[in-house]
Structures are given as C-alpha cells and as structure tokens.
Ligand binder design. Structure first.
Ligand code: BGC
Length: 745
C-alpha cells in the first residue's frame, strides 16, 4: 500500500476520522490481531515475529533488540500499525536494571502528597519512554484491606479517597497533559475491581463483594482514574460475587464504559481468557471463553493468543459479532493515535535509534542525578515516624540532639538491597532472578547511617543479628556483644522480597525468623545501659510489630523505599529531615484480627476479640513529627448546606513545639442516620500544612456535599438529607479528632 492509500497517517485529520479510515481498511484477521497482546517470555522468537507481522496490537515485557525487531516487522506490514509496548513500571522503571527505583506505591501513599506521586510517575515515564516503551501497567488502584494479600505493597493503602487522589496524580504524572509528548506514557488503572478482596487474601480467588458494596467502596479510585483521562484499564484476575471480571459485562460494559463513560480500552490480566475455562470454569473451552470475553467488553487480550483463532472461527460461523471486534479495535487504535504512535517519530524510532548512540543517551536518563534526587525526595517524604518516646530525658529521636560516640546497627534488613527495593523490580520480574547484581548503587539503611555518622565522627558497628527466613540462623549473641558497645541501638526489621508480591500471600503476618527474640534481647541491653533503642522497618506491608513496638523507644516505618531509601532514613533519624509521612493503612496487633481498616461498618457486640486488644496497633493516618501540633478549633463555613454545594471545614492548628514541621490535617465524615449502614468514619479531605515553631493558622479544607453520597438499597447513589458528623484532626482515631455537625438539606 502506498502512503496516499494510507490516509490515516495524515496528522491533519482528526483522530476519530483517522481511526475510522484505518478500521475500514482492515481485514477481519488484522482487526482480531490488534486485540492480541503477546509476551515475549511465553512465545518463541519466531512466533513473536509471526505475531508482529500479523499485526498483533501489543507486546509486553519486551525490551531492547527483541522490541526493535518486532516493531520493525509490525511497521513494515501493509497497514504499518505500530506495536504498543507495555511494561510494569509501578514504582520506577524498575524491571530495567539501571533505572531509578522509587519507593513502593504503599510507601509513596504514606506521603499523603499527590505531587510526590506525580513526580514519581513523571520520572518513570521519562525512563520508560527512553527505552521506546509506551505503556505502564500502573497505577494499582486496588484497596489494601486484607493484609494477608501479597500485593499490599503495590496499593495506595486502604482508603478509597486517598487512593483516588493519589491515583489521579499518578495518571497525570505518567500521561501528562498530552500523552503524545515523547516523554510521556500511557497509564493503566488496575485491577478492575475489588481484586484485593480475594477470599482469604489469596490472590485471584473470588471477591465476595456485592454490587452495592463495590460501588460504595471500590469504585471511587477507578471513577477518578476515568475522570483523569486514564487511557487504559486492566480487569482483575478474580471473580466478583462469582462472575470473573473478564466475563463481567455489567462491570466492564455497563458500569465502566457506559456509566463512568470510560473511552479508553480494557486489557485483560495475564491469561484471564484462558482462566475462564481452565480455572474459573465458566466456559467449556477456549472458544466459549473467547466469546464470553469479547461480549463482556474486554478490548485487548493479554497472553492468550488462542483468542485469535477462536474469534475468527466464531466470526466465520456467524457466532460472534464483528461490531464488538470493531469497537475493541477502535478503542485500541484511538489510544495508539492519542499516544502519538503514528505521528511522533521518537515513539517508534527510539527503538531504532537506541541501537547504538542512544544507549549512551538512555544511560544518561536511567538513574541520572536528577532522577535519583527525585527518588530521594520521595523517600524522605514517604517515611512515617510511628513512635518516639523519651529515652532518658530526651525523646529517642532525632539522634542529633544526643551526644553519641558509637551506634550499633543490628538487624536482617539493615543492609538488604532486595528488601529495600521491593517487588516489581529486576530481582522479581519478568522472571525471578534474586541473584541479579544491581547496575547501580543502592544506599541501604546501614550505609545511610554510616555516611551520616561519619560526618559527625560517630563510629558505626553492624551485625545482621538474624535471618528473615530461618529462625535457626542467627547471631543474636554476637549482635548483643556488639550492641553492648554502643550508646544508641538501631534495629532494622521487616520482611523479605519473597514474602511480598503476586502469589506470595501470607497466612501469618508475625515477624519471621528470630526477629522478635532479637528485639527482646536488644531491649534488655538498652535497659541495662540506659540507651535508646530505635527500630527502622523495611517491609512490604504491615506486619505484627507488637513486640517491636513494646521493645523500641522509637519506630521509623520506611516500607520499600527505593534506590536511596537508606539515605532518607538516616537523614530522618539524625534530624536533618523532618518526618512528615502518615500511615495510609492500619497495622494489626495480630493476623487473626484482620481486617483492621479504619472505615468499617459498625457492629454492637464486642469490638475486641476475647484474646486480643481492640483496634489496630497503629491506625490509618498516624504518624509523628519532631514537633507537636495542637488542634484548637473546628467550624464549617456553612453549617447547613445542600447537594451541589461545597463547604469549607476550618481547623485551627498550631505548631506548639520547638521545631518546624509539616502536619497532615485530616477530615473525616460520619453519616449519623442513613438508609443503609455506613462506615464509622470516612476520609473526605486532607491538607499538608508547614508551620514554624509557635506558628498558628486556620486551615481550610473543602468538602463537596455530593461526596457524602451513599449507594442505597436500590443501587442508587444519593446524598441523604440529615446530620453528618465532621471530624478533623491528626489521624483516624477518635481521640485525635475534633468534632462538629453539618446539616444536609
Ligand atoms: C499482574 C498484573 C501485571 C501483569 C503483567 C499479572 O500477573 O496481575 O498486575 O500487570 O501480570 O505483568
């Protein structure tokens, strides 16, 4: 075909028309091929080449020479439709060894700061696009409520509102205002929907969530993603109330595409279509499964290439509807046009260019100074000080307030690169290679402390103390011998990379190995020597930290903090950086207490278990500063308001300590009388406020009356008139909140 006969290549025509022209020129085979997404890890090289020549719409996890080869084949065929390359760049382009790795999504959520998340996404987009890839399977908008689930580290935590705010920021960071910008990439909100509710926290099992509950609790982040212009969305692995997400036309077609008006495309998750007959048994074979997936509203099929023959066969027999294929292809091609794949040379040519000189060019981008600086900044803002009691006459932290000669750093995660970088990196994906050597320097907590200590002439001693996995592997005696030489003890505890991630769910969140025993022994030394015991947590998700909380005078939660996380932790410990993070997720005392998320529906019998104290160990929103804040007043700009209006929640706040600090003022709401049972409280707004010592201010946080809507028994979203308690304060616990009442007419 000549250029003239490919009018869709003309950038002066609008996208809707270009797509129409292209779809009209496509054969049925070419259309169905566009719906196929191939993973290079599951096909031979010659099969990959054949799929590219046949016009497969997308490849995932395909990098470097492989990507260049298949892209060339695809763009050389008669229609010249470029392949869309997808990758899981969840917290940095971290599958690429050498790229900048940011704190995990859960850590980023602890910043309660959309611009921190947006920054991560923007830098990630730069590094992903430098490699010629176009699309990341992020952000994850599942709620992290069942902590046994392996993918908690990938979430923005347990709260729909916070998740929605941060999800929006991530999408804007990836896509920018114009996703055809050479340094922007397509975002993919995943996994639609309620995936984190899989039974027993076991990945991919049924989420027994009703449609009403689903719309009340799990839809908000996805609705925000659609509103933010997210171009793609991924269907979850699980079934929702017995219907697999990829066979759920009510979810995909009715709710997502019709009601929310999503105009991008839906991609299935890995082998979702095969699973319809192999694992979930709602279809007898691949043909039935493919028919079901097509009619349910999936547009792109990840890693089930047999969909192609199945659908072609069905179309030939008149058993499938070509208009459904046309709709899917139209959606896919629209995204490709919007993302500039047909017009912006670098979107396709980067692959060709980087064959030689751009290796140097991309090397300058991956892990460059500017990007590492952003990674460090996000880590600084993502850490949460959970405890800081007095050790002697002073609070245990910051260390800069003490005279210290020797610090002992003890613990299995003090010097663990893998634990610090977390999941979705080159250690774990596309295939696990735990022994890979990082091509860049990772500053662990131990190294960060060593550097900060050296600048102050402090000696640092180290012992691992114990092994995360094996309770019999420990050197507790040696650790104690070293600890007894120090005047500050820093214990670094947590979990390992294999205790997190997909298909790494846990039935027990107790600290593994001999970590609790180690903490108890270290406590004894601290009591005897009257020295502070500071715990730093390096972990994918909340674990049972009750023993550590008892033993330690101070606790800094760092989660998986990325390339320079250890430096950020040290800066906070020494007081060079103020701790500003707040928990986006509640911590249990015991696994059997789950779930412990704060926004539960009320019951009226025992709040606690017979054998466990009530409430979480650390609650949603908690986090300390090195200064103190007082909440002095709460009022509402308009105490009686109606749907459509926005009122201001006004909060009197003062920094009553002696250091500058950043407070996160949180606003929660409780519907006092409603037609259905509603959560005891729900976050509806927050603001970050910087205050100098002694400084006071009135903080204003907007509250839209429509955000008070519930989904009633008839599945209608309505704002019910009546009284709403409005709370404002430091965190989600009753004792931290001021209260007033808003009347909705
Ligand atoms: C995960 C997705 C991921 C996909 C591609 C699946 O197993 O559930 O989150 O995007 O693989 O790597």
């Amino acid at each position: 075909m000549s250029e003239q006969s490919r009018p869709w290549l003309n950038p002066d025509i609008d996208i809707i028309e270009r797509v129409r022209l292209l779809v009209n020129a496509m054969s049925t085979e070419e259309k169905v091929a566009q719906m196929i997404q191939i993973s290079s890890s599951t096909v031979t090289r010659s099969d990959a080449d054949e799929w590219a020549s046949r016009g497969a719409g997308s490849f995932l996890h395909t990098l470097g020479d492989d990507a260049r080869r298949v892209q060339r084949l695809a763009t050389q065929n008669r229609l010249g439709i470029p392949i869309l390359f997808g990758i899981d760049a969840v917290h940095g382009h971290s599958i690429h060894n050498g790229a900048t790795i940011f704190p995990s999504q859960l850590a980023l959520a602890s910043s309660w700061n959309p611009s921190v998340v947006e920054d991560m996404a923007m830098i990630t987009a730069r590094e992903v696009s430098a490699e010629g890839l176009h699309w990341t399977f992020a952000p994850v908008l599942c709620l992290g409520r069942d902590l046994r689930w392996g993918r908690i580290d990938e979430t923005f935590g347990e709260d729909p509102y916070l998740c929605a705010v941060l999800g929006r920021a991530a999408i804007h960071g990836f896509q920018g205002d114009d996703v055809s910008d050479p340094q922007r990439i397509i975002a993919c909100a995943k996994h639609f929907i309620a995936y984190g509710e899989s039974t027993g926290g076991r990945d991919s099992y049924d989420a027994a969530v009703s449609m009403r509950n689903l719309q009340m609790n799990f839809l908000e982040p996805f609705a925000a993603a659609v509103d933010a212009g997210c171009l793609t969305l991924m269907a979850g692995y699980e079934s929702v109330d017995g219907i697999p997400c990829s066979a759920h036309s009510v979810l995909l077609k009715q709710l997502l595409k019709e009601e929310l008006g999503f105009d991008g495309f839906v991609v299935t998750d890995w082998e979702n279509v095969e699973s319809l007959y192999k694992r979930q048994h709602v279809a007898g074979d691949i043909v039935e499964a493919s028919a079901l997936a097509l009619s349910a509203g999936n547009d792109m099929i990840m890693v089930t290439p047999r969909f192609y023959d199945a659908i072609l066969g069905l179309l030939q027999n008149g058993k499938a509807d070509i208009t459904q294929v046309d709709e899917a292809v139209t959606r896919i091609l629209t995204v490709k046009f919007k993302a500039g794949l047909f017009d912006v040379p670098s979107k396709v040519l980067t692959l060709a260019l980087s064959e030689d000189p751009t290796v140097k060019k991309t090397a300058k981008i991956f892990g460059c100074e500017e990007h590492l600086h952003h990674s460090l900044e996000t880590a600084r803002k993502s850490m949460v000080l959970l405890k800081n009691r007095k050790a002697g006459t002073l609070p245990a932290l910051p260390l800069s307030d003490r005279t210290i000669k020797t610090i002992a750093v003890i613990g299995p995660n003090a010097d663990s690169v893998r634990a610090q970088l977390g999941d979705w990196g080159f250690f774990t994906h596309p295939t696990p290679k735990l022994d890979t050597k990082p091509e860049f320097h990772v500053t662990t907590v131990l190294e960060g402390i060593r550097k900060a200590a050296q600048e102050r002439g402090i000696r640092v001693l180290f012992d691992k103390g114990c092994d995360i996995a094996d309770p019999n592997q420990h050197s507790i005696k040696n650790a104690c011998r070293i600890a007894s030489k120090a005047d500050v003890l820093i214990g670094v505890f947590g979990d390992s990379i294999v205790q997190n991630g997909e298909i790494h769910d846990r039935c027990d969140l107790a600290l593994s190995g001999a970590q609790n025993q180690l903490a108890r022994e270290l406590r004894k030394i601290c009591e005897k020597k009257k020295i502070p015991f500071v715990a730093v947590l390096v972990n994918g998700k909340p674990l049972e930290f009750s023993e550590i909380a008892q033993c330690a005078d101070a606790i800094l939660e760092s989660f998986n903090s990325g390339t320079l996380g250890g430096q950020a932790a040290a800066e906070i410990l020494f007081g060079d950086v103020e701790p500003t993070g707040r928990l986006p997720i509640s911590f249990p005392r015991k696994t059997g207490q789950l779930p412990v998320y704060y926004n539960q529906l009320p019951g009226w019998h025992a709040e606690s278990y017979y054998d466990c104290e009530a409430g979480p160990l650390f609650a949603f929103g908690e986090g300390l500063s090195y200064t103190d804040f007082s909440y002095d007043s709460i009022s509402i700009s308009k105490p009686i308001a109606s749907s459509g209006e926005t009122v201001m929640i006004r909060v009197g706040l003062k920094n009553c300590g002696s250091r500058k600090g950043t407070e996160t003022v949180q606003v929660y709401v409780n519907d006092l009388v409603s037609s259905v049972v509603t959560p005891v409280k729900q976050l509806k707004g927050f603001a970050k406020v910087n205050l100098a010592p002694g400084e006071g201010t009135e903080v204003e946080i907007p509250l839209e009356i429509d955000s008070l809507a519930l989904v009633n028994a008839d599945q209608m979203r309505v704002v019910e008139a009546g009284e709403f308690e409005i709370f404002a304060g430091h965190d989600s616990r009753d004792e931290s909140l001021l209260r007033t009442v808003l009347i909705v007419k």
